[in-house]
Design a binder for this molecule. Structure first.
Ligand SMILES: Nc1ncnc2c1ncn2[C@@H]1O[C@H](COP(=O)(O)OP(=O)(O)OP(=O)(O)O)[C@@H](O)[C@H]1O
Ligand SMILES: [Mg+2]
Length: 248
């Protein structure tokens, strides 16, 4: 299996706050990985480093076997065309309709006709429960609806790597299950690599095979999703059980 993301001895800090300290990590083609951990432990920064949106202080980051520090801006833009991303902030285009936001990655590819794009957008919006909202402007959607638009958009162009930063934040349990069904169907059909950042351990255990937990610069858990409840690290132990007593 080829490498999708490869960190070699990567370190990064913001002022005195260490996010990664000499981390070596590899995510391979077709893997389903979750990134978990307490607020502000560096989950979003980790994936931004992986996509070249943040340049780390030290180390080498490769994306699809290409070292990012040797890429021009154009090469980086080309590499990113194979990534679909739900940003935690949403990052939707306020000036476009719901349907146009979801269609955006397909129009950028400039492969499909408008008729086929419209059909795919409609299927995708139905899958996230927004079939009747396609004509609405983003400003007319609730926070949870906007998140679902971001989810519909992230996977629509069948990217080789799709990253969902907090896909279920603000969503009710039924909608959350539907979203994970969509992610799961997409992955089964296209065998892409999926990274999900979330605290919904139960859903993550069902959907992902591997869990990674950054904390104070180290990766304190990197192993199977099934076995995380056996982990003896007291921080991992407390975090996944949501206990109030412990080192966190
Ligand atoms: N561009 C930046 N400049 C300075 N500090 C930053 C920057 N981006 C993130 N940070 C800091 O890095 C730390 C980790 O941020 P990150 O967004 O990765 O957290 P997180 O684990 O995703 O948290 P959450 O679960 O709340 O989303 C935080 O303390 C944040 O304030
Ligand atoms: Mg985050």
């Amino acid at each position: 299996m080829s490498s999708v993301i490869h960190f070699q001895n990567v370190s990064h800090k913001f002022k005195n706050h260490t996010i990664l300290n000499d981390v070596t990590l590899q995510i391979k083609d077709t893997e389903k990985v979750s990134i978990i951990g307490p607020a502000a432990c560096g989950k979003s920064v980790l994936i931004k480093i992986a996509c070249g949106l943040i340049v780390p202080d030290q180390g080498t980051v490769s994306l699809f076997d290409t070292p990012l520090n040797q890429c021009s801006e154009t090469e980086l833009t080309d590499l990113r065309k194979d990534i679909g991303m739900l940003f935690q902030s949403g990052a939707l285009f306020d000036f476009m309709s719901t349907a146009d936001n979801v269609a955006f990655p397909l129009r950028q590819q400039a492969i499909l006709s408008e008729d086929i794009i419209a059909k795919k957008v409609s299927e995708r919006l139905d899958a996230v429960g927004l079939g009747s909202s396609s004509a609405l402007p983003i400003s007319a959607l609730s926070g949870g609806m906007q998140r679902r638009v971001g989810i519909a958009r992230a996977g629509i162009a069948l990217p080789k790597l799709v990253i969902y930063d907090e896909p279920s934040a603000g969503l009710d349990p039924v909608t959350t299950s539907k979203i994970y069904d969509l992610l799961s169907n997409d992955q089964k059909e296209h065998l892409n690599t999926v990274i999900v950042i979330s605290s919904d351990i139960e859903s993550l255990q069902k959907f992902t095979d591997r869990m990674i937990m950054p904390y104070h610069g180290d990766i304190i858990y990197d192993g199977s999703s099934d076995k995380i409840f056996d982990c003896k690290n007291p921080i991992v132990h407390q975090f996944i059980r949501g206990e109030t007593q412990g080192p966190l």
